[in-house]
Each structure stands twice: as C-alpha cells, then as structure tokens.
Write a protein that binds this ligand. Structure first.
Ligand code: ADQ
Length: 478
C-alpha cells in the first residue's frame, strides 16, 4: 500500500498527543491514516552527526527514522541559516538577519545529507511530503538523487513579498529549489500570491493554463492550504485529566476576575512586549479594570542559542516586573508570566477559564493557538478571540476582534471591547469561528493537500484514494 513519508526537522512524539505540539499532532494523524514513515532530526548532536546510524522506532503502522547532526550542522543549519536568516526574513525582521555565507553552506549541506539518507528508505510508490523552512532544498536533492516519486512541500511560516525576500542573498536559488517540488503549499492566499509574484516578476516565470507556473526550467503548482487543529479533542480536553484540573484550579484562583490569556513560544514574531504594553495602557486609560482583569502569559523559552531570543525573554521579564510594580495591589497582580510549557490538555482548561484569548503576533504563518482557544470554549459562555491582522489565521477567522499589534492604543481598545462584549455577541461570533475550526481540521487539511498532490503526480503502482476520514472530523459543531 502507498505510504506517506513525512519529512520535518522535529519528529514525533507518536503517542500521547495530549502532550505534543499542534503540528506534531497534525502529522501523526496523516501518518496513522495510511501508515507511513516520519523522517527527520533526532534532536541530538553527536560526533558522527548525519553520518551516524539511523535510529528507527515503530508504533503500529507508523515508523520514525531519525539521524543526529554534528555540532557544526547544528550551529550553521539550525541555529544558523534556518533561525538567523530564513526565520527573521520570512517574518519581515530584516534587522535581525545574519546572512553569513558559511551558514548558508551548512544549511545546504544538511539538506543534501538528510535527503541522501532518506533515499535508500524510499519505496517506488511512496508519497513524500516535506515540511517547513528547514528543508527548502530537500526536494531538489531527492530529484538529483534520481527519486521520481511525488514530492510535496508545505511552508508553515509566512512567505514574504518579493520586496522583502530579495534581501536574502540566495533568494533565487531558494525559489528555484521550491520549484522542484510538485506542489508547494502555503498557509494563506497572501503567502501564495507573494510566492507566485516572485516567480512571475523576479524569475521571468510564465503562468500555465492549469494555474501552475514555469520558471527556472521547471513547472510548479502552488496553492493555499490553511492548517487546522484536532478541534474535537480540544473541545473535550477540559472534561478530564489536566484539562479538568486546570479549569477548576484557574476558576478558583480567578475568583470572579476576568482573565486574558496568551500562549506562545518566546519569539520576537509573537508581539509579546506590545501585548504587555497594551495591557498597561488598558489599566492607565480604564482604571476600573484594576483588580478585575489579569493577563496570564504562558511563554516558554525557545531557540535560546540565538541571541535575539534571550533578549526578548529579558525584555518581557523586565516589562512584566515594571507593570506589576506599578499597578499591583496586596490582593491582585496584573500580569502573570509563566515561562514553561504545558501539555495540550492542560492548556485547554486554561483557555476555557479565560474570558479573552490574546493572539497578536507581528507576523505568523497561521497561529494554532487562535484555533485552539476557540475550540476549547464553553458554547454557552464563550470567551472572545482578539487576533492580529498579521496572523495567517485572520484570513479565516474574520469574526474575531481584529487588531493591529503595532498600535498599542488599538490593542488596548480591542482588549476593552473583548472584556465588555455582551454574551449574545460573544456567542454569535464564537459560533461562526467554531464552525470554521471544526470544519477545517488537521485531518481535513492533510487530506486536501495530499489529494491535490496525488492528482498532480499519482504515485507509482498503487492507486492512491486519499486518507480515510479521521474520527476527528466527525465532531459536530456546537
Ligand atoms: P509556531 O510558531 O510554534 O508554529 P503556533 O501555530 O501558535 O506557532 O503553534 C504553537 C503550538 O505550540 C500550539 O499548538 C500551542 O498549543 C503550543 N504551545 C505554545 N506555547 C505552549 C506552551 N507554553 N505550552 C504548551 N504548548 C504550547 C509554526 C508557525 C505557525 C503555524 C504552525 C503550524 O510559526 O504560524 O501556525 O507552525 O503550521
């Protein structure tokens, strides 16, 4: 039977998805549907690096194969070109980029090595699906090694407009490598248009009748496939385990106060300092909220090997300390900053206990937290989502309170609107949002993508008929 082979930087976990991140859950679903192989980095740095033994792990119909990287790979590929050149460029932060040629070479080397390690594991009728900004060159390397299987690519983060992308010194090679895939998927139409505009305007591309674009002597089809979550699971997490415990704990602790919640990895793209300043502005302008509303920000550190990430963490600690010093009282602390991660089921309880979900990135591919917050709400008394106009999620989630995160005043007013919103309006907005979150699930997303990929390039031998409907699709919208 045709297997799906997923390639992503981080692999797993395959079980106990209540503890895993949102993306991992989406990918496990895809793999479980038909059986498959998940290939990527082990998370370990070793002397042998990419030349070391493959580590296999089997769980039912899914296996994982991972390899280590060497210290130089980690520095140049992961902490280097991926997170100091690509991530900031794609999030419109050219001021934070480091375009060192050595880092780029390390990135290319790791893409090549990883692809060459996968080749012997591939079967002729496999469908290969490569994920995210760590592996732009992976498909091209597979083709160079003679792989003729369908190879798709999905970019989880934004694709910037050509005026920004062209700041990347190897932008042409990057776009050329992307064009080697059969199908390139983006989160939003906005990112799709940026990519197509690049091919047409910067690479003399020509659009074909079927919508594909020919450029660099290759033909690529691109489209938008907004990612979803396992909404059914999220709407039920609060009923048991850590979800129920956290819901009860939070409600007792809040004792009638309203809670605004933010949940993000610490990252400069997430707009965290602006959030704290907006909350401060709310308290300045509308002192009646003192003692009545608090901001809970859950923000575990990430990528601490990159200097910009440590700086943002210190900035947040300083800001929350200052704002708390200014406004706190003996029985009330305005900002609670928690610097660790929680299992997903625990997050669901926290979301449900919070009157406002504050999701205000300066730039984001999609943002799964926005969808998780909606899915976790009580249909009879839902909270309000305050969403940045620069999150990919905004293309679908138009019934949120939409704000410009660069304007502290607008953010503060958005918060006030959300806190004071009457119940009927909250229910009306939530119903519309929840309908979308429960329809466009993670399972529906992968099915749409893989159906499209196999329509363009059918796998050899076995006829692929799409993944079977996942149970997570069968949850009725409330
Ligand atoms: P991220 O930038 O990591 O993902 P996001 O989409 O919000 O951003 O996903 C974060 C996930 O991690 C969510 O599932 C969330 O629940 C979880 N998470 C965050 N903070 C946590 C905490 N403190 N404890 C536990 N879990 C936490 C990238 C892109 C996004 C895109 C996704 C998926 O940057 O734009 O939406 O991939 O495609």
């Amino acid at each position: 039977m045709t297997r799906i082979v997923v390639v992503s930087n981080r692999v797993g976990p395959l079980s106990d998805t209540g503890r895993a991140g949102g993306l991992a859950v989406a990918l496990v679903d895809v793999l479980r549907d038909r059986g498959g192989l998940w290939f990527g980095w082990s998370g370990e740095v070793s002397e042998e690096g990419t030349f070391g033994p493959l580590q296999f792990h089997e769980d039912g119909n899914v296996s994982t194969a991972t390899i280590d990287v060497a210290q130089a790979d980690f520095d140049e590929f992961y902490a280097g070109f991926a997170n100091r050149a690509l991530w900031p460029t794609m999030h419109y932060r050219l001021d934070l980029t480091d375009f060192d040629k050595r880092l780029e070479q390390g990135y290319r080397r790791v893409n090549e090595r990883f692809a060459n390690r996968l080749v012997p594991l591939l079967r002729p009728d496999d469908i290969v699906w490569v994920h995210d900004y760590h592996f732009f060159f992976f498909g091209e390397e597979l083709r160079r090694a003679g792989v003729t299987n369908p190879i798709g690519y999905f970019l989880h983060i934004p694709f910037p407009v050509p005026e920004v992308l062209t700041a990347l010194p190897n932008h042409r090679r990057l776009a050329e490598a992307m064009s080697a895939y059969d199908l390139v998927g983006f989160q939003t139409n906005n990112h799709l248009e940026a990519f197509e505009r690049y091919l047409l305007e910067e690479a003399d591309g020509v659009r074909n009748a079927d919508g594909s674009i020919s450029a660099f002597g290759q033909t690529v089809l691109a489209d938008a496939f907004p990612i979803g979550i396992d909404a059914g699971a999220f709407s039920k997490f609060h009923e048991a385990d850590e979800g129920a415990e956290n819901l009860t704990l939070m409600r007792r602790e809040l004792d009638g106060q309203r809670q605004i919640v933010g949940v993000d990895r610490i990252d400069y793209s997430k707009g965290l300092p602006q959030r704290f300043e907006a909350f401060e502005r709310l308290l300045e302008l509308y002192p009646e909220h003192k003692g009545q509303v608090r901001l809970l920000q859950i923000a575990p550190p990430s990528r601490s090997e990159v200097r910009a990430y440590l700086q943002i963490q210190r900035l947040l600690e300083g800001l929350s300390g200052r704002i708390n010093g200014r406004f706190a009282d003996l029985d009330w602390t305005p900002i609670h900053l928690i610097s660790r991660s929680f299992p997903r089921r625990a997050l669901a309880g926290i979301y449900r206990a919070s009157a406002v979900g504050l999701v205000t990135p300066l730039r984001d591919g999609m943002n799964l937290v926005a969808k998780e917050y909606v899915a976790a709400q009580d249909p009879e008394d839902p909270g309000v989502l305050v969403l940045s106009r620069f999150a990919g999620a905004v293309e679908e989630m138009t019934e949120a309170v939409i704000v410009n995160p660069y304007s502290i005043d607008e953010l503060a007013e958005g918060l006030r609107q959300a806190i004071r919103m009457p119940r009927e309006e909250r229910i009306e907005r939530w119903r519309a949002l929840n309908e979308k979150v429960t329809t466009n699930t993670a399972a529906a997303w992968s099915r749409r993508y893989l159906d499209r990929l196999t329509a363009i390039h059918p796998p050899a031998a076995a006829e692929y008929d799409g993944p079977r409907a996942g149970v997570r699709d069968e949850v009725p919208s409330a």
